[in-house]
Design a protein around this ligand. Sequence first.
Ligand code: GLV
Length: 327
Amino acid sequence: MATPRVLQTNRLPASATAYLRAHAEVEVNESGDPLPPQELRRRAAAHDGVVCLLTDRFDAQLIGALPTGFKVIANVAVGYDNIDVAAASSRGIMVTNTPGVLTETTADLAWALLMAAARRLVEADRYVRAGRFRRWELMDFLGCDVHGATLGIIGMGRIGQAVARRARGFAMRLIYHNRRPLPAPLEQELAASYVPLETLLGEADFISLHVPLTPQTHHLIGMPELRRMKPTACLINTARGPVVDEAALVIALRDGCLGAAALDVYEREPALSPGLAELPQTVLLPHLGSASRRTRERMARMAAENCVAALRGERPPNLVNPEAFRG
Ligand code: GLV
């Protein structure tokens, strides 16, 4: 069998590229920038599989242009809304992701955002750096208590549950909303109560989003939902930007419908909605959820292994569309 050819659309940790090179002829885009769509299409056409990032968009048009026999799109991310999976399946192209390895790291970051927003860390840090810290003031930078507050988790999959587990140390009341309630023993273990979305929005002090981006979750949090929140509530988004109507969020924060927003992801990433960056009650990160060295290395290696398995005709361990596997 001829050596398979893989396009690696961006730089990856060396161990992942080395693994790919041990099993395939590999072309690497070393530029550090995502390939423009036309270039991605042109280069992918000369390969049998691709290892890509969430910044690479594989829409139906691009997938339709991939050569016959193209086998796999291996995403270095757990989310795969950048890939039209139905289009890939219809062409027999396998799609893989990297679940599990980033769960705890992403949950850590959701908590970092929660704490930063609650205690106004970013504002306070700017204040100190600007040389404005002249004396201790009783009533400066007052924030919200995290301990004893109510945490509302929307989307109780792996990452939502990992966020929930951390709430115990803060003696929080935990409510959640999900497509369906968790099994009772798991609910008990997490000390979490299932509630309708409207109840969660009205009762939570901190609302953390952990749903995948799908047509059903697009703008799940829009103006009506923002208006239901407590005026002191804090919204945390480490999921995907388009789950929140960002323009509505800016208006809602300005109008005092909610107290703060701590965001790792944006609706038109990397662009921010006008006004968002000017609001002092926002904490804004550049999509860092899984960004620990160890986790990013594990994600890249996992994607490389998925890719190689698919090229060998094996079922990749993290196959998103089993219907595309012709074993
Ligand atoms: C990151 O956002 C991921 O989906 O892994």
